[in-house]
Design a protein around this ligand. Structure first.
Ligand code: CAO
Length: 454
């Protein structure tokens, strides 16, 4: 029997993507789980696995096609044995019926990715099973651009949300946090129209900073070429524009004397290499920054403007910007405060390699509390990194160089590492930032500080 295979649910807030390559052809024998498509979504490029076993009788998509969740991609004549169940198409969003208000609050529902079309689930309907997907690239825009990310708290959280279950389900399906939606009905009751209007306003505010400004006719001055944005580039542009629009950016610069640390690094390089890692400045900075985040918890926080609250994270996950052929990716090293330097160096090397090879999973790009971006391997004396919103600070690292430094007995050649800390001035004062950055510098100069204070 020939079965139509539809594009399965790909994950939260993913509604479809562009086909990068088709990994099967007519006549191929499929096994459930084998990748059939490489699809570039606005979050990641993922390999879509087959959900059925059998023989491919038709390929319904080609590279460059835009495919939506639920759209047919293949036809397969099912194997008599061992065939897996077919993924159902994404259910259409039924027009919800109004019901009695008074359901408990639902918290922490992420907002939609910019550009999710209205009325379509932005991925992850409540009944859809999540499939394991292998991401082959992703952007920092894996985060929603405008994020009322914290749950309602205290008194607020105990108040019922005046919306019917169907309206709440609709909000959940399109990725809207119902607790943020202003209701226009009697006693503030939230209707389906309110959810749609709120979703539209989020998209507008997310897109606003990146909105098109009229350009001059460049061809008047000479020939030009145009190239369409990839999904990743579009999402990156939107995320950074939204971050730029939200965060009140200031950057502090400082320099750490890493002369002794550099000798220590070279002495210990072989040991870390034997464990499969590379003892680099970035790995060392992971360790030092994790300790600094414990000493200065405001840097390990987010701002919840909707509730006028600071959200302190009691975990330390640090993202590291990696330069890859598909663009900038920020994989996250988890629980950095609980790992030794050898483990961190191995993990960093492995994550960066997988990011470059396009093998990072979407969830590995989420959950960061703070970001390190090291351009020192390439060059530069300082820069002003953009805070990876909703984080509140990011550490930029430039190229270490040997310079004459005046010490007690005159000038000495010392290796100095330039550091640039950008932070959100809404939460962090300049003095806080200077102290944080100084602490990092002093810990690099005298690692015993980690024992004493870290
Ligand atoms: N100063 C001087 N040398 C540096 C350095 C620095 N700040 N940082 C790295 N290096 C050196 C390393 O020591 C290594 O040299 P050796 O091989 O002689 O030891 C070499 O540069 C390459 O280092 P690396 O890149 O392999 O290792 P890393 O762990 O320091 O960095 C990573 C890992 C992923 C951060 C880096 O490879 C990378 O991708 N950086 C770019 C990040 C980026 O694009 N940021 C911009 C984001 S904002 O648009």
């Amino acid at each position: 029997m020939v079965k139509q295979v539809n594009l399965p649910e790909l994950g939260e807030n993913i509604e479809g993507g562009d086909v990068v390559s088709v990994l099967v052809q007519v006549g191929d024998t499929l096994e459930a789980g084998r990748p059939v498509l490489e699809l570039e979504t606005d979050k990641a490029t993922v390999e879509v696995p087959a959900e059925v076993s059998g023989k491919v009788t038709a390929v319904l998509v080609a590279p460059g096609d835009h495919v939506k969740v639920g759209q047919p991609i293949l036809e397969v004549s099912e194997a008599a044995e061992g065939a897996g169940p077919e993924e159902p198409a994404a259910p259409p969003v039924a027009e919800p019926t109004e019901q009695t208000p008074g359901e408990p609050a639902e918290a922490g529902v992420p907002t939609p990715a910019a550009g999710a079309p209205e009325g379509l689930p932005a991925g992850g309907g409540e009944t859809a099973e999540r499939r394991p997907l292998r991401a082959v690239a992703a952007s920092p825009a894996a985060r929603p651009a405008v994020v009322p990310f914290a749950p309602r708290q205290g008194e607020e959280a105990r108040k019922p949300i005046p919306a019917s279950p169907a309206v709440r389900r609709f909000a959940r399906e399109i990725g809207v946090d119902i607790s943020q939606v202003p209701g226009s009905g009697p006693q503030g009751r939230i209707t389906i129209e309110d959810v749609k209007a709120y979703s539209r306003s989020l998209r507008r505010s997310a897109a606003a900073p990146a909105q098109a400004v009229e350009l001059p006719d460049f061809e008047r001055f000479g020939p030009v070429e145009r190239e369409a944005f990839s999904n990743v580039r579009r999402a990156t542009a939107e995320h950074l524009a939204a971050a730029w629009g939200q965060v009140v950016h200031v950057t502090n610069h400082d320099r750490a004397d890493i002369t002794e640390l550099e000798e220590w690094r070279r002495r210990n390089a072989a040991r870390v290499e034997a464990a499969g890692g590379k003892l680099t400045v970035t790995a060392i900075l992971l360790k030092v920054t994790a300790a600094a985040l414990k000493v200065f918890p405001k840097f390990n926080a987010s701002i919840d403007m909707a509730h006028r609250e600071i959200v302190y994270k009691r975990y330390v996950n640090i993202g590291v910007a990696v330069d890859t052929p598909r663009g900038l990716l920020v994989p996250v090293v988890r629980d950095v405060d609980r790992k030794n330097l050898v483990t961190l160096a191995v993990e960093l090397q492995e994550l960066a390699a997988r990011a470059r090879e396009g093998k990072i999973r979407p969830e590995e790009l989420q959950g960061g509390c703070f970001t390190i971006t090291n351009l020192g391997g390439i060059g530069g004396t300082s820069f002003t990194p953009i805070v990876n919103f909703p984080e509140v600070a990011i550490l930029g690292v430039s190229r270490a160089s040997v310079e004459p430094v005046f010490r007690e007995d005159g000038f000495e050649p010392r290796r100095l590492l330039p550091l640039s800390l950008s932070y959100d001035h809404r939460l962090i004062d300049g003095a806080d930032a200077a102290r944080f950055l100084r602490w990092v510098c002093e810990a690099l100069e005298d690692p015993w500080k980690l024992w004493l204070e870290g």
